[in-house]
Design a protein around this ligand. Structure first.
Ligand code: GLP
Length: 237
């Protein structure tokens, strides 16, 4: 695990975008694992200005809320279309997210895991981190051997994400998410954490025991994991 600490959130996001751009420039047909959340907005904004040709890249997002259709304003599909796929003109058939409105979410999760494997796995997985140490929607207590499946969101995560919804009641209670083992299968992982609200989770991830209590700590097992932080998120290291 390598930790890179940059002075502020903007520089950390820019550096993350540069890693993605360099990856697809070196290998235009790379398969990328992508993330959502407020932290990623700056990454995608800078990536769009760098303007790499991603027309031959394939992408798989980490997760999607159960019950939201792709065109729901708060769906992660919509987030990705708005912040990255539409601005870069990426062909829809190359961009993948679980279907939140699938009639059988468990079957959808299994289908998604197979689709990642059938694509040859993920070359570069981008991650954010939740305040409680979650990655994707792998909440604390997630098995380190988990695969794509349904997770129940904790009240803390629903509270944190309620800022994107009209009220807490509208925040879905479940998500389809890649598992921790799915994430660890990626050939390279880059996690971006910014802001003081992430400082405890970053310290637990990097310096704590490998434990399901902090799902991101599983990245200590990964041979090529880069953590990019701003100074605020690194404050407790
Ligand atoms: C959600 C996503 C995670 C993301 C986390 C933190 O829960 N499923 O992938 O890392 O939010 O988001 P933010 O960047 O908004 O703090």
């Amino acid at each position: 695990m390598k930790v890179l600490i940059l002075p502020d959130a903007q520089k950390a996001a820019d550096r993350t975008a540069e890693v993605i751009a360099a990856t697809v420039t070196a290998r235009p047909d790379a398969t990328l694992g992508l993330a959502t959340g407020g932290t990623m907005e700056g990454v995608y904004e800078h990536l769009v200005t760098l303007g790499p040709d991603m027309s031959r890249s394939t992408t798989f997002n980490l997760d999607e809320y159960v019950g939201l259709s792709p065109d729901h304003p708060q769906s992660y599909r919509r987030f990705m279309q708005t912040h990255l796929f539409d601005p870069l003109g990426m062909p829809r058939k190359r961009t993948h997210l679980p279907r939140g409105d699938a009639p059988d979410p468990e079957a959808e999760a299994r289908r998604y895991e197979r689709a990642i494997a059938d694509a040859g796995g993920i070359d570069l997985q981008l991650l954010g981190i939740g305040r409680n140490g979650h990655i994707g929607f792998n909440e604390p207590s997630s098995s380190l051997g988990s695969r794509c499946r349904i997770k129940t969101l904790t009240r803390a995560t629903r509270d944190a994400n309620s800022r994107f919804f009209a009220s807490l009641d509208e925040v879905p209670r479940h998500a389809i998410t890649m598992g921790i083992a799915t994430i660890l299968d990626a050939r390279r992982v880059v996690l971006l954490a910014t802001g003081s609200a992430k400082a405890r989770a970053v310290a637990d991830m990097v310096e704590g025991p490998i434990s399901a209590r902090c799902p991101a700590s599983a990245l200590q097992l990964h041979p090529a994991a880069d953590i990019i932080c701003d100074e605020a998120a690194a404050a407790e290291l």
